[in-house]
Design a protein around this ligand. Structure first.
Ligand code: SAM
Length: 215
């Protein structure tokens, strides 16, 4: 079992800029970090769930880029980054001038990654590991979600939950590289990018990735 998550993250990642949002630095895995080569089974043996937090996913990179280029969307606002992973979107929102940012992920390692990454970028972002989908969405001005449509049950549940947040008045921004369960007919595209990613995670080195909003 990993007793000190923060130390594990520092020992097994490299601080580097995600290619599509190079204003930030994040503790990420790459081919020269040992975590890259561990199988899911080996990760399980050391008590580590799949380390989503060790990668800047295409959806998160696109959303971070969009917030950095359109700070007016979040400036002075309360922002929730749902499924935060490394915290890339939460950190970009705070750098873009959000008044308050809460990052949320059910994997507690994401809390440790967020703390290390927020510190590396000189911003403060709060974190909760609660499963927010178990209750109606909390009140935020803006809810961001990067790359959440990779599994059917999760995608369906999150999209219904985001719709109810939209109905209650929040702005909803989603970053998605055309995952199978992404309902493109229900959302409006704000931007499209060619996002560099890695062949370890994706079928292509560059993923066409959109930033979408609930109408
Ligand atoms: C593909 S990663 C995306 C991470 C980040 N948003 C990005 O784009 O780099 C998906 C994340 O969703 C998180 N997740 C899955 N179910 C969740 C839930 N019910 N609530 C919050 N996060 C969840 C996973 O733990 C994982 O960190």
């Amino acid at each position: 079992m990993i007793a000190d998550r923060a130390q594990f993250i520092r020992d097994n990642t490299r601080l580097q800029a995600p290619p599509h949002a190079p204003e930030l630095v994040l503790h990420l895995a790459d081919e020269i970090t040992p975590i890259w080569r561990l199988t899911e089974e080996e990760l399980g043996e050391i008590g580590l769930p799949p380390p989503f937090w060790a990668f800047a996913w295409a959806g998160g990179q696109a959303l971070a880029r969009y917030l950095l280029d359109h700070p007016d969307l979040v400036r002075g606002k309360r922002v929730l980054d749902f499924a935060s992973g490394s915290g890339i979107v939460a950190i970009a929102a705070r750098m873009a001038g959000a008044a308050q940012v809460l990052a949320n992920d059910i994997d507690a390692f994401c809390g440790a990654a967020l703390e290390a990454n927020a510190q590396a970028n000189g911003v403060d972002v709060a974190f909760t590991a609660a499963n927010l989908l178990d209750a109606p969405p909390p009140a935020f001005d803006v809810i961001c979600a990067g790359d959440i449509c990779y599994e059917k049950p999760l995608a369906e549940r999150v999209l219904a939950w985001l719709q109810s947040a939209r109905d209650a008045g929040a702005a909803i921004l989603v970053g998605d590289p055309g995952r199978t369960y992404f309902p493109r007919d229900r959302l409006v595209k704000l931007a499209e990018y060619q996002v560099p990613t890695t062949r370890e995670l994706e079928d292509m080195e560059v993923k066409k990735t959109g930033v979408w909003v609930f109408p």
